[in-house]
Ligand binder design. Structure first.
Ligand code: MG
Length: 385
C-alpha cells in the first residue's frame, strides 16, 4: 500500500509538532508532502532535514531567506506568504492537508484544498467558524472529506460512525470550563494574561487557551459541529466536564448515549483524522479508568459563560455573522494578552462588534474576508474608544 502524503500546515506550532510525531510513529503509512510555518525557520529547518518535503513555506520573504541560508544545498523549494501557503497546500500532491494554521489565515488553505478534492484534517477551526457553509459546500461538490482534528468534534465524528442522522437526538460537546471555573465576577475582572494562559488539562497555543477560559472556544465548536455534521444548533449542547476525559458524546432517539473517552493528548485525534476510515495502533498510552476517576459533569451556565450564547446568536444570524464573531474575538483576545483589555471585557467587546457590523450573505471567500476585515477595524475602534 502506498503511503498517505500529508501536507502539514502550521508545522512548528503545538498541533503541527504533534502531527509530525504521529507521522514518525507510522513511517510505513504516512509521509510528509509539504510543510508550512509562520516565522520559526530554525525549527522548520530541523523538520525539513528530517522529513524532506517537496515544498516548504513560511509567512514572510525574510523568514524564507533565513531558511534557505540555514539549509544551503539541502533546501527544497522554499516559498512564502499567501501564495506560498497555497503552493504548500495544493502543489505537493498531498492526499490530505493537516491544517493547523492559527487564525483566519488558515481559511484560504482549507478552501483551496477542498475545492481541489483534497481531504482536510482540520485543526484550524476558524475555517468552519468563518465559512462553514462555503467550505462544506465546496467539499461536497469536489468529493473532499473534512475530518475534525479538534478533540471534541473528532470525538463526535467517532461516536457518529455507523449512526443515521435521524437516530440522533442531540450531540453533547464537553468543555473543561477553563482555569476560572467557579470564580466570582470580581475575581474574573482581575485575571492576568499569565494566569489565563495556564489551562488545567490541555497544553495549547495562547489564543485557544484564552478562548477556552471564556468558553468562546466551545461556542466556536458548536458552530464547527453544526457544519461538520449538518445538525441544527438546538441539537448541539455543551456540558462542563472539568477532567477533559469524555471528549464528547451523542444521545440517540432510543435514549442510548455513546461517549468518547481517552487521554488528553492531541495525538489521538490527529492520528484518528489521518488514519480514517482505518484505525491504527495507539499513538498514546490508553486511559487508566480507575486513576482517571471521578468523571464529573456540570451545566454550562449561560450567565456564567455569555460567549456560548453569543456564538449561538451569530450562528442563528447566518451569513458573515460568525466571521465577524471570530474576527472580533481574535482582536479582543490579542488586546487582553497585550494588557489593553480586562479579561471580563473580552466577550462584551465581541458582542458590541457583532451588534455594530453589517451581516451579509456568505457568497464567497472574498465576502468572508471583507467581513473579517471590517470586524477587525470595528473591534479596534471599540478598544481605542
Ligand atoms: Mg476542542
Amino acid at each position: 500500500m502506498s503511503r498517505k502524503r500529508v501536507a502539514v500546515l502550521g508545522s512548528t506550532g503545538s498541533v503541527g509538532v504533534q502531527a509530525l510525531d504521529v507521522v514518525a510513529r507510522h513511517p510505513d503509512r504516512l509521509e510528509v508532502a509539504s510543510l508550512a510555518a509562520g516565522s520559526n525557520h530554525e525549527l522548520l529547518a530541523d523538520q525539513v532535514r528530517q522529513w524532506k518535503p517537496a515544498v516548504v513555506s513560511l509567512a514572510t520573504e525574510s523568514a524564507a531567506q533565513a531558511l534557505r541560508d540555514l539549509l544551503g544545498a539541502e533546501a527544497p523549494e522554499v516559498v512564502w506568504g499567501d501564495d506560498g501557503l497555497m503552493l504548500a497546500t495544493t502543489g505537493a500532491a498531498a492526499d490530505v492537508v493537516l491544517n493547523a494554521v492559527v487564525g483566519a489565515a488558515g481559511l484560504s488553505a482549507t478552501h483551496a484544498a477542498v475545492s481541489r478534492g483534497i481531504d482536510v484534517a482540520l485543526a484550524n477551526k476558524e475555517s468552519l467558524v468563518m465559512a462553514g457553509e462555503l467550505i462544506m459546500a465546496a467539499a461536497r461538490a469536489n468529493g473532499a472529506t473534512v475530518l475534525p482534528v479538534d478533540s471534541e468534534p473528532n470525538a463526535l465524528h467517532q461516536c457518529l460512525r455507523g449512526t443515521e442522522t435521524a437516530e440522533v437526538r442531540r450531540l453533547v460537546l464537553t468543555a473543561s470550563g477553563g482555569p476560572f471555573r467557579g470564580w466570582s465576577a470580581d475575581e474574573l475582572a482581575g485575571v492576568t494574561p499569565e494566569r489565563a494562559l495556564q489551562h488545567p488539562t490541555w497544553k495549547m497555543g495562547p489564543r485557544i487557551t484564552i478562548d477556552s477560559a471564556t468558553l468562546m472556544n466551545k461556542g466556536f465548536e458548536v458552530i464547527e459541529t453544526h457544519w461538520l455534521f449538518d445538525l441544527p444548533a438546538e441539537k448541539i449542547e455543551v456540558v462542563v466536564h472539568p477532567q477533559s476525559i469524555v471528549h464528547s458524546l451523542i444521545e440517540l432517539v432510543d435514549g442510548s448515549m455513546i461517549a468518547h473517552a481517552g487521554p488528553t493528548d492531541m495525538r489521538l485525534p490527529i492520528q484518528n483524522a489521518l488514519s480514517y476510515p482505518a484505525r491504527w495502533a495507539a499513538a498514546v498510552e490508553p486511559l487508566d479508568l480507575v486513576a482517571s476517576a471521578p468523571w464529573t459533569f456540570e451545566p454550562a451556565e449561560p450567565e456564567r459563560y455569555p460567549a456560548l450564547g453569543l456564538a449561538r446568536r451569530a450562528l442563528d444570524a447566518g451569513g458573515t455573522a460568525t466571521a465577524i464573531l471570530n474576527a472580533a474575538d481574535e482582536v479582543a483576545v490579542a488586546a487582553f494578552l497585550e494588557g489593553r483589555l480586562a479579561f471580563d471585557r473580552i466577550v462584551p467587546v465581541v458582542a458590541e462588534v457583532l451588534d455594530t457590523c453589517d451581516v451579509t450573505a456568505a457568497t464567497s471567500i472574498e465576502t468572508i474576508f471583507a467581513a473579517d476585515a471590517a470586524a477587525r477595524s470595528e473591534a479596534q475602534r471599540h478598544l481605542g474608544g
